[in-house]
Design a protein around this ligand. Sequence first.
Ligand code: AMP
Length: 190
Amino acid sequence: MNIILFGPPGAGKGTQAKLLIKKYDIVQISTGDMLRDCVSNNTEIGKQVKIIMEKGELVSDEIIISLISERIVKKDCANGFILDGFPRTIAQAESLDKMFSEKRILIDHVLEIHVDFDLLLGRIEKRAIENLEARKDDNSNVLAKRLTVYKDQTLPVLKYYKEMDKLKRINGMLEIDNVFKEILKVVETE
Ligand code: AMP
């Protein structure tokens, strides 16, 4: 099962991805995690993206697409994967379509965890307080920037999948378990 999972920062996308990979024995491909690994290992890419990530801006499509194209051919993806945090721009979505049609990979579900933007800040602040090792990009200023970037760059990508009649919206304002149940309803019935 191959899934694309959308949701703004703080929507609980990572949490739901973890529940899905456990249930379906598939892998989570998080471009954010891959980039954070590059930064902590101080790789060439890591050096290039560190500041951009700390500011809450988007890393170049070129870097992201090359990371994904190397990742997607790894053996552990054969049973299925969740794309978490990718594609985030129309250019990335178009590259993904091209890459997948060349590799004959099909996307089974495109899900949007939909949340009220105004409530997100509160959630993120809570996460920052609970987690002593809060992500550098989880403070309120950067979150506001990440939300703006999501609205400007990623909402058009949702529209792109909606126009193809692929997008399914999940209510992300529910408790974690109930959000997961809503996701299962979609993936098990279609
Ligand atoms: P995330 O963990 O998905 O919220 O990603 C953290 C940060 O990594 C983002 O704020 C961006 O700076 C960068 N990033 C992750 N995925 C992408 C992507 N698909 N395109 C561009 N930048 C990305």
